[in-house]
Ligand binder design. Structure first.
Ligand code: UD1
Ligand code: CA
Length: 455
């Protein structure tokens, strides 16, 4: 592909979002609108990416740290043409094509941008506009033609009744040649909003006898502009649809795809079945052959093959092959469940390593612990990891059997093959192979004793 540079317009205030947060920093599937556009453009390896910032520029700029982009500022928001003009200084002497794209069209695919650029270059156009047909064109600039000839773009507010019926709309994505800077200086704010519209460049080019063109895409969902909360939610639902289709094609099953939420960056292996109402948030990798049952929430986690998770909350964890979690458990950040670990119902695991085949089956809290292989943690067992000031570690060796309702007062070390009797409160380290019991002795007294108790 021929060289090009991209200019992303993101200085607008986004009034229609009714938000303190700049529009382009609103998120879709956990990623800002602007980052969606940058990622889509970056895949085509442009020579430069110039981003025009204005409204709350400092905030937006912060979100771009470490990205290979040039930033320019539009101090006053006088319209999209004025915004584009601010990028001129960053592209002086640049002779390649210039892709202009709004920061609020996050669903655009790289392949469509690439087709637009190719079409513009092939036809030797000074300007090529990506257009599409929509059923409800309200709010978009309309593509006005004279016969088959593309003449102008007319904004909603400036359109006549007749023009408002036009269903072919401007996507806000353009390919210009390097002559665009000269054209921009000729644009006047002769419209209802008194703004400098980049869309007016078409009529100007036409009047100068220069060639302009359209590249029409069939998938109108890609060019959806996000101006308000409703459109943001609609875009999210389009992304969901795309993601589910992609996963179906990779051999993942959804019993009720409409009821789940799957982040766009999720990776899910073949033959995994996702039951209704699961929520897979950002940065999750799930292996093959897993089962994720209803109302489970999984974020920032790596889950291997053959894992079963039911009605549980998992965040920031590594879950190895064949683990079983839930129903109703909470696996918190920095937890690592090794192969075949079973965490049953109503248990909480925090910042702990649980080794191969260990079980924490019922109503336990395991925090800041290192649990050995094949350990059995009895029902209701608690690691008392916090003394009110500091967190302390619990270390339990392989093959330890912890009876029910045991308190392990950390810091504490339990050697391998130990058996801890139910109801014990363990405050001293236990050497390997011991039986530890630490509870008050049971007594049997005559019921008459009760009468001696005063109220
Ligand atoms: C724009 C197009 C419209 C098109 C639609 C597609 C214009 C005049 N109209 O309308 O034809 O159908 O996009 O979604 O361009 N911006 C600035 N500085 C400004 C004004 C705007 O940087 O002073 C940026 C915005 O941040 C945004 C982009 O330009 O990314 C478009 O502005 P917006 O106000 O969203 O234009 P629309 O009314 O959606
Ligand atoms: Ca817009």
């Amino acid at each position: 592909m021929t060289n090009f540079s991209a200019v992303i317009l993101a200085a607008g205030s986004g009034t229609r979002m009714k938000s303190e947060i700049p529009k382009v920093l609103h998120k879709l599937s956990g990623k800002t609108l602007l980052k969606w556009v940058i990622d889509s453009v970056s895949k085509l390896k442009p020579d430069n990416i110039v981003i025009v910032l204005g409204h709350k520029a400092a905030l937006v700029e912060k979100s771009l740290a470490n990205l290979n982009v040039k930033i320019v500022y539009q101090r006053e928001q006088k319209g999209s043409a004025h915004a584009l003009l601010q990028a001129k200084s960053a592209l002086t002497n640049y002779k390649g094509n210039i892709l202009v794209i709004s920061g609020d069209v996050p669903l655009i695919r790289s392949s469509t941008i690439s087709s637009l650029l190719k079409s513009g270059i092939k036809n030797g156009n000074c300007a090529t506009v990506l257009s599409t047909i929509v059923n409800e064109p309200f709010g978009y600039g309309r593509i006005v033609k004279n016969g088959l000839n593309f003449e102008a773009i007319i904004e909603e507010k400036d359109a006549s009744k007749e023009q408002k019926n036009i269903k072919e709309i401007n996507s806000g994505i353009y390919c210009f040649d390097s002559g665009i800077w000269e054209i921009l200086s000729k644009i006047k704010p002769n419209n209802v909003k008194k703004e400098y519209y980049v869309t007016d460049s078409i009529a100007i080019l036409k009047s100068e006898g220069k060639s302009v063109g359209l590249y029409k895409t069939d998938d109108s969902s890609e060019v959806k502009g996000i101006n308000n909360r409703k459109e943001l939610a609609e875009a999210e639902s389009i992304l969901q649809d795309r993601k589910i289709q992609e996963l179906f094609a990779q051999g993942v099953s959804f019993i009720d795809p409409k009821s789940v939420y799957i982040s766009a960056d999720a990776q899910i292996g073949q033959d995994t079945i996702i039951y209704p109402r699961a929520y897979i948030a950002n940065n999750v990798k799930i292996g093959k052959n897993c089962t994720i049952e209803g109302d489970s929430y999984i974020a920032d986690s790596k889950i291997a093959d053959d894992v079963f998770i039911s009605y549980s909350y998992v965040r920031g964890a590594v879950i190895e092959k064949g683990c079983h979690i839930g129903p109703f458990s909470h696996i918190r950040p920095e937890s690592h469940l090794k192969e075949g670990v079973k965490v049953g119902n109503f248990s909480e695991i925090k910042k702990s390593v649980i080794k191969k085949g260990a079980k924490v089956n019922h109503l336990s809290y395991i925090g800041d612990a290192n649990i050995g292989e094949a350990v059995n943690i009895g029902a209701g067992t608690i690691t008392c990891n916090f003394d009110g000031f500091k967190k302390h570690k619990t270390e339990i060796g392989d093959n330890v059997f912890v009876g029910s309702n045991v308190n392990l007062v950390a810091p504490i070390k339990v050697g391998k093959n130990v058996l801890i009797a139910a109801g014990s409160t363990i405050t001293h380290d236990i050497a390997p192979h011991q039986l530890a019991i630490a509870r008050a002795k049971q007594q049997h007294l005559s019921k008459e004793v009760l009468k001696t108790f005063k109220k």
